[in-house]
Ligand binder design. Structure first.
Ligand code: DOR
Length: 445
C-alpha cells in the first residue's frame, strides 16, 4: 500500500547505525517513517538532497546561553538561532546563569522561556551547591532536565562544590549521571599569582594540567564511593584520557572542538584573551592526547562549551577578561573540516554528536536516524568550502575564534522533528523548540 508522507528527502547519503549509504528518508508527524528506496512514495513535500549527507541531528551537550541575567551576551532565542544556523538540532544548557538554575522552579522557568522561542530542541542542567542537596533529586525530575552539573573548580558565575565531603553529598543525593567541571579548586587558589597581568599565555600555567588531573582522580574516587555515574566535561589534558579509560564502568568523557583545534602557545599569540577559557587550551601534547582519545573511543561526546562574552568584556586586561568562547554555531563545520582532513571518520563524528549523547543522557526518541525516532537531521555538504567569518555568527557576542578559517564541510540544513528550521544558511519560519524527553524523567500521562 502506498503511504503519504509529510516530507521525503530524496537522493541523499544517510549515515546511521547501518553505516553510510544512499537512501531516501521519509517523515510523518515529526518522526522518521521510512528509510530506503522511496522513489514511488507520495509526499506532501519532496526535497532533493542529492550530493548531501543526512546525519542524525547534532546534539551540543554543553552550551551557556546566559538567560536569565546576562542577556546582553546571549539569550535563549539568539543562542537557538546560532545552533540552528550551525546545523545543531538540540542543546543542553548550563546552570551558571543569574540567578543560577539551582531549584526546580528556576529550571521550569528556563523551559517556559525556551519553548517556541528557540529554533532547536533543548534541555537544561540543574546546578549543585552546598545548600541545595536536598532538592537535587526534584530538579532531576523536572521535565527538560538533562542532569545535575557540579563545578568542582570555579569558573564564570559562583557555582562551586569543591570539598570532598560536599561532592560526595551531592553524588549520593542524585540518581542520574552528574556532569562535572573538573579542575581542583585548592590548586587553582594556591597558584593564582601565576596568572600574570596582561599575559593570557599564563592562563594554562596557572590552571595547569595537574589541576585537572588531580580533580578527575579525586572525582573518580568519590563517584566510586557514592556508587554513581559521572560525565567529565571538556577534558583538556592528555593525562586524563588513560585515567578515564580505566574508569569506563562509571565515567563518560566530553571534549570540545576548540581543545581539538587550537593549541598553546600559538592560540594565545593569535587570539589573545579570545582564546581564554576554562579549562584552558593547552600545549600540542595535550591536543594530540585528546585526538588519541577520539581514535581509541574513550571520548564519548563533543560539546562546544559555547560561552559567549562580548568583545568589550574579552578585551579587558588578563586576568580580568572573562573565560569562554562561542562555539555552538561552529562545532559542525570545524569538525567536518577535521573529517575531511582525515582526523576522524564521519561515522565517528556521528557517534560523538548523536549516539554518544543518547547513550550518556538517555534521550528518548533522539540520537538515531531510525524509524520511530524524532526526525532530527543535520544535512551537510562534505564538499562545500567556506570561510568562517564573524559576520556569519548569530550569537549576540558577534565573534568567533575561527574568524578567517577556511573549512571544507558545511551544514546545509537543520531539521527538527521533521521541520526544516534552517536551509542554505537561512532560518525558516517560526521557532518551535521543545524540551527533550529523557527516559529517566518521562512525564506521566
Ligand atoms: O571558559 C569557560 N566559560 N568555562 C566555564 O566553565 C564557564 C564558561 C562560561 O560560562 O563563561
Amino acid at each position: 500500500m502506498s503511504q503519504t508522507y509529510d516530507l521525503v528527502f530524496r537522493g541523499g547519503t544517510v549515515v546511521n547505525q547501518d553505516g553510510t549509504g544512499k537512501a531516501d528518508l521519509a517523515v510523518k508527524d515529526g518522526r522518521i517513517a521510512a528509510i530506503g528506496d522511496l522513489s514511488r512514495a507520495a509526499a506532501a513535500e519532496t526535497v532533493d538532497v542529492t550530493g548531501l549527507h543526512l546525519l542524525p541531528g547534532v546534539v551540543d551537550s554543553q552550551v551557556h546561553l546566559r538567560e536569565p541575567g546576562n542577556e546582553h551576551k546571549e539569550d535563549l532565542e539568539s543562542g537557538g538561532r546560532a545552533a540552528a544556523l550551525g546545523g545543531v538540532t538540540a542543546v543542553f544548557e548550563m546552570p551558571n546563569t543569574k540567578p543560577p538554575t539551582t531549584t526546580p522552579e528556576a529550571l521550569a522557568d528556563k523551559v517556559a522561556r525556551a519553548r517556541h522561542r528557540m529554533y532547536c530542541d533543548f534541555a537544561f542542567y540543574g546546578g549543585a551547591t552546598t545548600e541545595n542537596v536536598d532538592i537535587l533529586a526534584d530538579i532531576e525530575r523536572e521535565p527538560g532536565c538533562c542532569g545535575i552539573k557540579i563545578f568542582m573548580g570555579s569558573s564564570t558565575g559562583n557555582l562551586l562544590v569543591d570539598k570532598d565531603e560536599d561532592v560526595l553529598r551531592v553524588l549520593k543525593a542524585i540518581r542520574r549521571r552528574a556532569a562535572i567541571h573538573s579542575e581542583d579548586e585548592a590548586r587553582l587558589r594556591e597558584r593564582r599569582e601565576l596568572a600574570l597581568l596582561g599575559h593570557v599565555d599564563t592562563h594554562h600555567v596557572w590552571r595547569d594540567a595537574e589541576a585537572a588531573i588531580l580533580c578527575t582522580t579525586r572525582l573518580l574516587r568519590l563517584a566510586r564511593e557514592a556508587g554513581k555515574r559521572i560525565h567529565v566535561l571538556h577534558v583538556s589534558t592528555a593525562d586524563e584520557i588513560p585515567i578515564l579509560a580505566a574508569a569506563k564502568d562509571i565515567a563518560t568523557v566530553e571534549v570540545t572542538p576548540q581543545h581539538l583545534t587550537l593549541a598553546a602557545p600559538e592560540c594565545y599569540e593569535a587570539l589573545g584573551t579570545l582564546a581564554q577559557m576554562n579549562p584552558p587550551i593547552r600545549g600540542h601534547e595535550h591536543r594530540d592526547g585528546l585526538w588519541a582519545g577520539i581514535a581509541s573511543g574513550v571520548v564519548d561526546v563533543l560539546g562546544s562549551d559555547h560561552a559567549p562574552h562580548t568583545i568589550e568584556e574579552k578585551e579587558q586586561t588578563y586576568p580580568k577578561s572573562p573565560a569562554g568562547m562561542p562555539g555552538v554555531q561552529t562545532l559542525v563545520p570545524v569538525m567536518l573540516n577535521h573529517v575531511n582532513e582525515g582526523r576522524l571518520t564521519l561515522q565517528r563524528f556521528v557517534d560523538l554528536t548523536s549516539a554518544g549523547p543518547q547513550r550518556i543522557f538517555g534521550m528518548s526518541r533522539k540520537g538515531r536516524l531510525a524509524v520511530g525516532y524524532d526526525a532530527d537531521i543535520t544535512v551537510v555538504d562534505m564538499a562545500a568550502t567556506r570561510v568562517i567569518e564573524d559576520k556569519w555568527i548569530a550569537s549576540k557576542c558577534g565573534w568567533t575564534p575561527y574568524n578567517g578559517m577556511k573549512v571544507k564541510g558545511w551544514p546545509i540544513g537543520t531539521v527538527v522533528r521533521g521541520r526544516r528550521v534552517m536551509w542554505d544558511d537561512e532560518l525558516q519560519g517560526a521557532a518551535t523548540g521543545e524540551p527533550i524527553l529523557f527516559v529517566e524523567n518521562l512525564p506521566r500521562h
